[in-house]
Structures are given as structure tokens and as C-alpha cells.
Design a binder for this molecule. Structure first.
Ligand SMILES: NC(=O)c1ccc[n+]([C@@H]2O[C@H](COP(=O)([O-])OP(=O)(O)OC[C@H]3O[C@@H](n4cnc5c(N)ncnc54)[C@H](OP(=O)(O)O)[C@@H]3O)[C@@H](O)[C@H]2O)c1
Length: 279
């Protein structure tokens, strides 16, 4: 995609909460020169927006209504809670013409539900980022609705590529990725916390234990991404009669693997429940 493609696109964000703010911060921090248009934002909580407006050297414009964001933007990122999506879509529908792209980050709201509220022919892209966006490490799954084409997807990828890595997937996989990654980053946080508390239990200071736990997780993740299977990391670490096999035995005895699999399975089920209600 030509560098100028996104440069010319005006980006709007409706809902500047956890994920909307992390996308906004990511875009402002990217400073790649491609996103030099002002970013239009709107949230019910105006005081939150004023701080962005004053802290970001005026690269952010606070709009007076969701309709104004939709009217003035080419790409509208909708980052409100799933229950609020259809209300906001109804509000902005009159301002979404055929050329604009609506990017929804809402868990469990299918593109066809948004399309039916927006009207035929409107371009919708659904994404599932995670809060790693705050540090430029979101894993973002993306799929297109009925009317968004390859060029629209490329534009959305270029924008959300500023907050991490993008995976194009089938829409039917988005609920699973919501469990695995959208929610899953919290599961890893829980594991890192539990490991650190094990260290504290045995006498390490909290901060040292937490940092070592997080960096150990990072090392494991990097090894897996470099091609090592988790089973081979276990094998390389667990010497006969040693400390690792004793720890792995304790994990298996307490059903840790099943519990973690269940966390992903239950989160996916919940995403599907929300999806079925949104249709
Ligand atoms: N948090 C995550 O890790 C994560 C990850 C992936 C996807 N998502 C998805 O991202 C969406 C937002 O989640 P979140 O955690 O960022 O929620 P959040 O922190 O509650 O942010 C949503 C923001 O939108 C505001 N809002 C509500 N109704 C609005 C309206 N009509 N017009 C403008 N703004 C409105 C909310 O204000 P009030 O608080 O006053 O209602 C809030 O500030 C959800 O659909 C979620 O499924 C979240």
C-alpha cells in the first residue's frame, strides 16, 4: 500500500475507554509520518477526551457528537461496549456513505448485524485487538464484512498495524481469538502473577519476582515464536530427578493445563453467546 493511502485518510475513534484509548495512544506514538491527519475522537466522558486534546499537541480533535466523528472521518473505529454498538451505529448511520469504512472492535458483534443497521453496501471491518496495544504489542484478528474489499482491509491493516500485529481470519474464528487473545492476555497476566507470588512465597521481593516472572514468560514466548515447540522447551529444561520435572508434576497434578484450556474455551463460549444475542 502506498504510504499516502493512510496519510489522506481521516481517522475517527468513537469510545475512548480501555481499548479505544490504547489504539489512540498507539496511533499518536507511532509517529511514522503516515498518520499526519488529526484524529477525531468522541466519548460520553468528555473530561477524558480533553486530556488527550491538550496532551497530544493538538493532533487530536474532540468532536461534539458521534455523528460529527462519522461525518468528518474516512475510517471510523468503533470502540464502545458490545451493548452500546447498535445504538451508536444507528446514530452514525446517516453520516456513513459508501466510501467510508467502519471498523468495529466490539467482541461478539457480527459484521452482518452492523451492516443491517448501517444499510446495504456499507463497508464494515471487524477486528479483535488486545490491550497489548498499549505497548504496541496487540495481536489483532481482522475480517471483512460483505461490502469491504481488499483495499479497505489494507487501509485498516495499515492503521491497526501501528498497535501490533494483524492476522486476517474468517469471521467464524473471531470468537475463538477473542477467548485466546482478546481475553487471553489477561490469562497470561494471571499466570505471570501466580508465578511471581510463588517466588514471593519462597522469599523473593515482590518487584523482583514479578519482573523475573514476566521476563521468563517473554523468553518462553520468543523461543516458541523462533520455532521451538513448547514440549521441547519442557524437555530441554527438565533433567531427570531435577527441579523442573518436580514443578511440571505439581502443575499436572493440579490440572493447570485443563484449567487454562477451559479459560479459553469458556471465554470463547461467552463471545459466542454475545454474538448470538447481537444477531
Ligand atoms: N478491553 C479490552 O481488552 C478489549 C479487547 C478487545 C476488544 N474489546 C472491545 O472493545 C470495546 C470497548 O471495550 P473497552 O474495554 O475499551 O470498554 P470501555 O473501557 O468501557 O470503553 C468504552 C467507552 O465508550 C464510551 N461510550 C459508551 N457509550 C458511548 C456512546 N454512545 N458514544 C460514545 N462513547 C460511548 C464509554 O463510556 P462509559 O464508560 O461512560 O459507558 C467508555 O468510555 C468492547 O466492545 C470490547 O468488546 C475490548
Amino acid at each position: 500500500m502506498n504510504e499516502k493511502t493512510v496519510k489522506r485518510k481521516k481517522i475517527g475513534i468513537i469510545g475512548v475507554g480501555n481499548i479505544g484509548a490504547s489504539i489512540l495512544r498507539g496511533l499518536l506514538a507511532a509517529d511514522s509520518g503516515r498518520l499526519d491527519e488529526k484524529i477525531l475522537i468522541r466519548d460520553i466522558k468528555m473530561e477524558k477526551l480533553r486530556s488527550f486534546e491538550s496532551n497530544a499537541e493538538s493532533r487530536v480533535v474532540v468532536c461534539e457528537s458521534n455523528g460529527e466523528v462519522a461525518e468528518k472521518s474516512d475510517v471510523i473505529i468503533l470502540a464502545v461496549k458490545p451493548n452500546d454498538v447498535r445504538g451508536v451505529v444507528g446514530e452514525i448511520a446517516p453520516f456513513i456513505n459508501g466510501g467510508k469504512i467502519l471498523v468495529s472492535v466490539a467482541a461478539g458483534v457480527p459484521t452482518r448485524a452492523i451492516e443491517s443497521d448501517l444499510g446495504e453496501g456499507k463497508k464494515v471491518i471487524r477486528v479483535m485487538p488486545n490491550i497489548g496495544a498499549l505497548v504496541g504489542e496487540s495481536v489483532t484478528a481482522m475480517c471483512t464484512g460483505t461490502y469491504a474489499g481488499e483495499e479497505d482491509e489494507a487501509i485498516a491493516k495499515e492503521i491497526l498495524g501501528e498497535i501490533g500485529e494483524i492476522y486476517s481470519v474468517k469471521e467464524s474464528d473471531i470468537d475463538i481469538i477473542t477467548g485466546l487473545s482478546g481475553s487471553g492476555i489477561a490469562f497470561f497476566a494471571a499466570v505471570i502473577e501466580a508465578m511471581a507470588e510463588g517466588g514471593v512465597y519462597e522469599g523473593l521481593p515482590h518487584n523482583l519476582s514479578l519482573e523475573i516472572s514476566a521476563k521468563t514468560a517473554l523468553g518462553a514466548a520468543k523461543m516458541v515464536l523462533a520455532g521451538d515447540e513448547p514440549s521441547s522447551i519442557k524437555q530441554m529444561t527438565a533433567s531427570p530427578g531435577g527441579t523442573t520435572i518436580r514443578g511440571l508434576y505439581a502443575m499436572d497434578a493440579r490440572g493447570v493445563k485443563t484449567a487454562i484450556m477451559d479459560a479459553v474455551i469458556e471465554a470463547t463460549k461467552r463471545a459466542r453467546e454475545i454474538s448470538s444475542k447481537a444477531q
